[in-house]
Design a protein around this ligand. Structure first.
Ligand SMILES: [Mg+2]
Length: 266
């Protein structure tokens, strides 16, 4: 079956000769999925459709004098995709996230809107539901301007200093979320990392994260709308103790242990 599939791929595309390249790369499966899978894109539509249903319900249930409605969203891999950056890493034979090239890539303003993001955000705007963008990024002094440029280039609404928060020194979004919640009824939070929803997920162990996600199972698709990200996030931190682990064989071995933690032992 797999042979048939590979033959079809080989026949349908002119595959370049890469015999001189390193074809063993930790990132390959995840990045190929991001670049090609209709399922990846459909999960974004699914998330935004759920978010819209939550908003429609909240709009119907509004009562006179109630606080204005709001959505709080993460930015990267939630509203803006960076798939071309990850493809670049594979071409560079890099198999871990690289912060210095990421900063250069961000400055070139190449992020693109995730599937369904523009439509959902426009729905928010049309219904006077304010959108607050809260992201953790650090590209130095120009961090905020880069984030604004990325969001504005996508044509998103509410891209201004009142609605865009960039945390340069922390990934803790709760303080900003609480400030927004004092003035607005926050209907949903959007993110690709559980930490985008609550700081209680900022724990160090894989098993702790898994337990917390089970405890909060009723919240997903209701209060928390989660988008897929198989390349980066705090799931990486839970494995390595570092969200951006250095590329070395020790970490490749740690990755292998993670991948085989419940492997068939036959
Ligand atoms: Mg993100």
């Amino acid at each position: 079956m797999l042979l048939v599939a590979l033959t079809q791929v080989a026949c349908s595309q002119q595959l370049p000769q890469h015999s001189e390249q390193n074809l063993h790369n930790n990132l390959m499966y995840a990045v190929a999925w991001k670049q090609t899978a209709a399922e990846y894109r459909a999960l974004y539509h699914q998330g935004f459709n759920l978010a819209r249903m939550r908003l429609e319900l909240a709009l119907v249930n509004r009562t006179p004098g109630s606080r204005p409605l709001a959505v709080i969203s993460d930015v990267d891999e939630t509203l803006l995709l960076s798939s071309s950056y990850w493809g670049y890493l594979v071409n560079q034979r890099q198999d871990f996230f690289d912060d210095s090239s990421w900063d250069k890539w961000i400055a070139e303003n190449r992020t693109i809107a995730s599937p369904g993001a523009s439509k959902f955000l426009q729905f928010c705007k049309e219904n006077n539901v304010e959108v607050f963008y809260v992201t953790s990024r650090n590209q130095g002094e120009e961090t905020y301007q880069f984030a604004l440029a990325n969001l504005a280039s996508a044509g998103f609404p509410y891209v201004d200093s009142q609605h865009v928060t960039v945390l340069r020194d922390s990934s803790n979004k709760e303080i900003v979320q609480q400030q927004i919640s004092e003035e607005y009824d926050v209907v949903v939070l959007l993110g690709d990392n559980l930490n985008d929803f609550s700081r209680r997920y900022y724990v160090t162990e894989v098993d702790q994260r898994l337990e917390l996600s089970e405890e909060d199972s009723d919240k997903y698709g209701r209060d928390y709308i989660l988008f897929p990200n198989p390349t980066d996030g705090h799931w990486i931190r839970a494995i390595f103790g570092d969200s951006e682990p250095p590329a070395n064989d020790q970490n490749r071995l740690i990755f292998k242990h993670a991948a085989t933690s419940s492997a068939w032992s036959r």
